[in-house]
Design a protein around this ligand. Structure first.
Ligand SMILES: CC(C)(COP(=O)(O)OP(=O)(O)OC[C@H]1O[C@@H](n2cnc3c(N)ncnc32)[C@H](O)[C@@H]1OP(=O)(O)O)[C@@H](O)C(=O)NCCC(=O)NCCS
Length: 259
């Protein structure tokens, strides 16, 4: 008899009892990397939803502080399906637009209709004009704006105001040199903000949206001079409009001209 055979039998027996009997069974849960990927995606979704919640709250507070008497301003986080806010009449204008653009414009119209309903205005109108502006129902005047994540709309009474424009921009630096849009006076009076250039850009866009439907004159950036201290903007053809702005998660500006 082999003198090792007793030891060998013992080893075999021990190995058999310590060997995991389930080692060949496929575990019912996914492999580790799948779980980790799913957890990472969940964390990303959570962070994104927190960011969106932050944007929502921050914008709501900023818009409340813009407070132009008689003007309703609303915002909306652009969501899947908002493209349905466009009407069949809009279809021709947006026929060549990508989904993101149609969604953003749809979101702005959803807000506009909510504001019109809240203000007791008829819901007709909101047709796109060749200038890019839209028509407003009798008695109302308004403006729309959107970036990639949020849309805003402002609606006022046409008997109270002759012009109304709104704009929204991300709170980021301008992607080009401020000299392209700022007059020498604006550069002298620049506010101490890292994103002052973007604020200036937004203010000029709001002014353009307010006065272009009134005058039909194309304006270059240097045709509009913003005075943030006075809360006003002077347009090249001597029209002066009032200006409000707030910086939150975004930059929101509104320009208007009372009757
Ligand atoms: C009108 C303009 C300022 C809009 O800016 P934008 O960055 O393209 O887009 P925004 O999201 O800020 O605003 C879009 C909304 O402005 C409104 N709009 C477009 N043209 C408009 C005009 N001529 N008058 C008033 N509102 C106008 C529309 O309702 C549009 O939304 P919609 O397409 O969903 O209907 C821009 O398109 C333009 O025409 N610029 C040329 C003039 C200019 O910028 N000069 C320098 C500033 S003085």
């Amino acid at each position: 008899m082999n003198k090792n055979s007793g030891k060998s039998q013992l080893c075999d027996a021990l190995e058999a009892t310590s060997r995991p009997t389930h080692s060949w069974i496929h575990l019912p849960w996914p492999p580790y990397d799948t779980v980790e990927r799913a957890q990472r995606a969940e964390r990303r979704r959570h962070r994104a939803s927190q960011t969106m919640e932050h944007i929502d709250l921050s914008l709501e507070q900023a818009i409340a502080r813009i407070a132009i008497p008689g003007v309703l301003i609303g915002h909306r986080l652009i969501s899947e399906g908002d493209e349905r806010g466009l009407t069949p009449e809009d279809a021709e204008f947006f026929a060549n637009s990508v989904l993101e653009r149609r969604r953003a414009s749809g979101a702005a119209r959803i807000i506009a209709r909510e504001l019109l309903a809240r203000g007791g205005y008829p819901l007709a109108g909101l047709r796109k004009l060749p200038s890019g502006a839209i028509t407003w129902p009798d008695g109302a005047i308004g403006s729309l704006a959107h970036d990639t994540r949020v849309a805003v709309a402002a609606v006022g009474k046409s008997c109270d105001m002759r012009a109304l424009g709104i704009d929204i921009e991300p709170r980021e630096k301008l992607p080009f040199d401020i000299d392209l849009i700022a007059t020498p006076d604006e550069r002298l009076k620049a506010l101490e903000l890292p994103y002052f250039g973007r604020l200036l850009f937004s203010a000029k866009e709001a002014v353009y949206k307010a006065v272009h439907p009134l005058d039909g004159v194309f304006l270059d950036f240097h045709d509009v001079e913003i005075d943030f201290d006075q809360g006003s903007a002077r347009v090249a053809h001597q029209r002066v409009v009032e200006l409000r702005y707030r910086v939150s998660s975004h930059i929101v500006t509104a320009a208007f001209l009372l009757s």
